[in-house]
Design a protein around this ligand. Structure first.
Ligand code: BG6
Length: 496
């Protein structure tokens, strides 16, 4: 089995040095270091693991560690489970400009020294957590410094999204990466794939007999995927106003989730086969008609700090997609995502078809079965079915069979997505990372939507109040098909 196909089951990682570019930034403090700390608590990392932060800010190792301790205290899933001094002894810092060869020469000396003193065995994992505009220069400099491969160990690079801002820039980024690293060294991170409940979709579908039988156009009326957030743009206005919802959520997280819901069973559970099947889904999604989508912006967005005053950036989108293959022909996938909405939730719902013939005439309104997978929060799943109301007649009522992660496994058992993904990258398992052709197919789908939007061929912005479920146009879109947004109606107590 090649490195590319490996699906590692071991829970402990080999020794290595993790080099984080953009180490003084938010992602390092809020996500990466807390994730590594949790892995340390669970004894998942080798004791020899070292973390080297690289950034422009001039800072001592001590100041770097203090900043990270504050991050772990504020954002860590686990606290004080490992003496901070033990963990922080594995953290060090190199300051320097990303475009100066001297920075990489210093870094190389540091890495060689750690190989000798800490036993990191020449294994290196680079993590790009800087603004994306810096990726090309960092990659080029790593190549020039000879840091793209190591004599006796392995070298890998994790690239954070966004991977470009359209098809052309994404292809260019790929060329720049491939000029220095081989594809099997590249780990493109989409943190949604690290979420336990997203991975459970695969277990749910392929480790059970009963669901997969119904998972197709013969039984499913339509599918809904909602990724809603209650927060606005927060402190990321500069990035978000340039990106918008299509680039920020749809091109990556939403399409990734959709591929897992819709894909065929892979012939084996390894990175090649799983990703091959995901690519096929992306290839068979019919290019959506932009004029039929809904683009929204929350009221107050233009007044947020650092947002252009007459910004036309959408913060919400709803679309109807079709997957033109045997399994899904004719089944609409309604997807929506947005900021400043009523609730944070990520849900996938399969609405099954109505029974073919209704026997119980007392009940004209039998609710069709529905399966909802709650990715976050309240991770779990609900299966709605009809049951007889006790007493005379044959009236029915909807009941729900519920599975809740917390009930079965206890609280605080779900690792943060970054824990899983960092561990996988250290172990050389790229199954939960996006391959270059996946990214390319996703952009091929998204590019025409963005162009239509930018050239005014899509409906104009629909405004919505923060704290609502988005613009009424999105309700109209689904009502026109005699359907309802399900999260939405459950919220109003009409879920049955
Ligand atoms: C990020 C987006 O990738 O995902 C953010 O850039 C978004 O805008 C975030 O808020 C949502 O992630 P999660 O894990 O909080 O659902």
């Amino acid at each position: 089995m090649s490195e590319q196909e490996v699906m590692v089951d071991s829970t402990k990682a080999p020794p290595c040095t993790i080099v984080i570019f953009g180490a003084s930034g938010d992602l390092t403090r809020r996500k990466l270091i807390p994730a590594l700390y949790s892995l340390g608590c669970g004894d998942r990392l080798s004791k020899a693991t070292q973390v080297v932060g690289v950034a422009r800010t001039d800072m001592s190792d001590e100041a770097f560690r203090e900043n990270l301790l504050a991050g772990v205290e504020a954002h860590g899933r686990q606290q004080a489970c490992l003496p901070w001094d033990t963990f922080s002894g594995q953290l060090s810092y190199v300051s320097g400009w990303y475009d100066e060869a001297e920075t990489y020469a210093r870094l190389k000396r540091k890495l060689d020294q750690l190989d000798e003193t800490a036993g990191t065995q020449n294994n290196r994992l680079f993590y790009l957590s800087t603004p994306p505009a810096l990726y090309p220069i960092i990659i080029e400099q790593l190549g020039q410094a000879g840091l793209n491969e190591s004599a006796s160990g392995w070298t890998r690079i994790i690239v954070e999204k966004p991977f470009g801002r359209d098809l052309a820039s994404s292809n260019l980024l790929d060329e720049q990466i491939h000029a220095v690293f081989r594809e099997r060294q590249v780990y493109r991170i989409d943190h949604y794939l690290g979420k336990e409940t997203v991975q459970n979709l695969l277990t749910f579908r392929f480790a059970n007999t009963i669901f997969e039988l119904m998972w197709n156009r013969n039984y499913v009326d339509h599918v809904q995927i909602s990724m809603t957030e209650s927060v606005g743009v927060e402190h990321r206005a500069g990035y978000y106003d340039q990106a918008g919802v299509v680039r920020d959520m749809f091109q990556n997280h939403l399409l990734q989730l959709l591929t897992l819901v819709a894909m065929e069973p892979p012939v084996a559970f390894n990175s090649k086969e799983v990703r091959d099947e995901k690519v096929k889904v992306l290839q068979t999604i019919r290019p959506p008609e932009p004029s039929e989508g809904v683009w929204g912006q929350y009221i107050g967005y233009r007044q947020e700090e650092n947002i252009v005053k007459n910004s036309e950036t959408p913060t919400y989108m709803a679309l109807k997609l079709y997957i033109d293959n045997w399994r899904w022909k004719g089944v609409p996938f309604y997807v929506r995502t947005g900021k400043s909405l009523a609730k944070k939730t990520t849900e996938v719902t399969l609405q099954f078809k109505q029974v073919p013939h209704l026997l119980f005439l007392d009940n004209e309104d039998v609710t069709a079965n529905r399966l909802s997978l709650f990715i976050q929060p309240n991770e779990g799943m609900h299966l709605n079915f009809e049951t007889k109301i006790p007493g005379v007649g044959m009236r029915t009522k909807s009941a729900s069979m519920e599975f809740d992660y917390e009930d079965l496994f206890g609280t605080d058992v779900l690792p943060d997505a970054y824990e899983r993904l960092l561990l996988d990258a250290i172990q050389g398992d790229s199954s939960l990372f996006a391959r270059s052709d996946e990214i390319e197919r996703a952009w091929e789908l998204v590019d025409p939507i963005l162009r239509a939007w930018e050239q005014g061929r899509a409906p104009s912005l629909a405004f919505y109040y923060p704290g609502t479920w988005g613009p009424s146009e999105a309700d109209r879109m689904i009502h026109d098909d005699q359907r309802l947004w399900l999260t939405h109606c459950e919220d109003q107590g009409k879920g049955g």
